[in-house]
Design a protein around this ligand. Structure first.
Ligand code: THU
Length: 134
């Protein structure tokens, strides 16, 4: 299955998560419009609100490399309950993802627990286009 690359990458980067406070490790992997792979892991901080989510890290890596479009995204949490992106991350994904962007949530064994589109996770979303109408 060609998409296994993203699943493998999300599982692999999750191991590097820095989560000494929550002990909840998350990995995220995405493909941009050029087929490039970017990964991120959550990076917590002793000043708790300064922690970063895995998805944000992957998005920042894409942007730093010049990417502007997420075309596929995988999120890996622990256990068998899907790690769905938090509200803030849904909005971050919205900035660079189309409504039909596929978001797969997997466990560390690679089992796909949940598949949603961005529109399902963040319906009627505010996005860059809306600023033009203000
Ligand atoms: N976390 C993520 O990295 N991504 C998500 O989609 C949900 C939550 C992180 C933030 C924090 O470091 C830990 O998981 C517990 O909330």
């Amino acid at each position: 299955m060609p998409d296994d690359t993203l699943i493998d990458a999300a599982i692999a980067v999750r191991i590097h998560a820095y989560a000494p406070y929550s002990h909840f490790l998350v990995g995220a992997a995405l493909h941009d419009a050029d087929g490039r792979l970017f990964v991120g892991c959550n990076t917590e901080n002793a000043a708790y609100p300064e922690g970063l989510c895995a998805e944000g890290g992957a998005i920042s890596a894409m942007v730093a490399a010049g990417g502007r479009r997420i075309v596929d995204l995988v999120i890996c949490g622990g256990g068998d309950r899907a790690c769905a992106p938090c509200g803030g991350c849904r909005q971050k994904i919205r900035e660079f993802g189309a409504p039909d962007l596929r978001i797969r949530m997997v466990n560390p064994s690679g089992t796909v627990l949940l598949v949603r589109t961005l529109a399902e996770l963040l319906p009627d979303a505010f996005g860059p286009e809306d600023l033009a109408t203000g």
